[in-house]
Design a binder for this molecule. Sequence first.
Ligand code: SF4
Ligand code: SF4
Length: 323
Amino acid sequence: MHATLPLLQQTEFPAIARDAVEVLQVNLGYRCNQSCVHCHVNAGPTRTETMSREIVDEVLQYLRSTRVPTLDITGGAPELHAQFRYLVTQARALDVHVMDRCNLTIVHEPGQEDLVEFLAAQQVEVVASLPCYLEDNVNRQRGAGVFQGSLTALRKLNAAGYAQPGTGLRLNLVYNPQGPSLPPSQAKLEEDYRRTLRDEHGIAFDRLYTLANMPIARFGSTLVSKGQFAGYMRLLKDNYHADNLAQVMCRSLLSVDFQGYVYDCDFNQMLGLPLKIGQKQRVKLRDVQHAELRGNPIQIADHCYGCTAGQGSSCGGALESER
Ligand code: SF4
Ligand code: SF4
């Protein structure tokens, strides 16, 4: 795989600084039941990196002492982690809002038969990848049979109360483009998804988040192999919108890797660009528990243009629509 960090480090992206932490995003490890083409963490069934119980407890200690209101759990497929349910139940007992970045097909894996019921009982918000409402496109990006497997999972979530009136169980979908292009309008695409999934498949969801592909990891490497890297960077830069800078997710999100090191965002985690405090080049979650991160410089590189291009992009979807 081609390393993309050396291609990104020379940057003119504006300096930005952190705000108060609102979301703790925890990557439990890289094991996944899928191996998607665009995956920015290079996850797959053979990856063995996984967060220890000790670090999981440090995450809970951080939540307990800081009162950060939201825990966003990601991977890999986080549900495959042995401590996933422990982490969720303990965080919910602290009244922390929990989000599960779910790839949908995980609900069909052995041992996950009661996953949907567990998530519903814990009032976990599900954020699920469904990169298209057309079968061929999904299978091309995520693997054979993934589309039908995803629909079955969505029906299961709906049956458990997700995206149903009055339950408070939120189910959001995530779209990202198939190739080196910017996502279309989030509002318009959400309408298309809603109509197609409802009329053709009887499926409901709450919101659709459109995300730009980042020129890093597997997607970035593919761009390099195809000679499309420079062109994609040009596209991101040509569509730079300064208004999006105020809302980039790194201002209010803290990302933790499976070893407990912290980053300004998940993308920086994958690039190996750790959060720095003063002269400390790398810090762990337990080191920042009592630290004031407001005003701390964010580690930027050229991939940051992926967050500010067009309508903007964050793990909560477009930024522009929030204004
Ligand atoms: S499901 Fe998600 S974590 Fe797993 S390979 Fe696909 S993009 Fe990566
Ligand atoms: S990639 Fe996006 S979220 Fe990460 S540091 Fe850059 S602007 Fe912030």
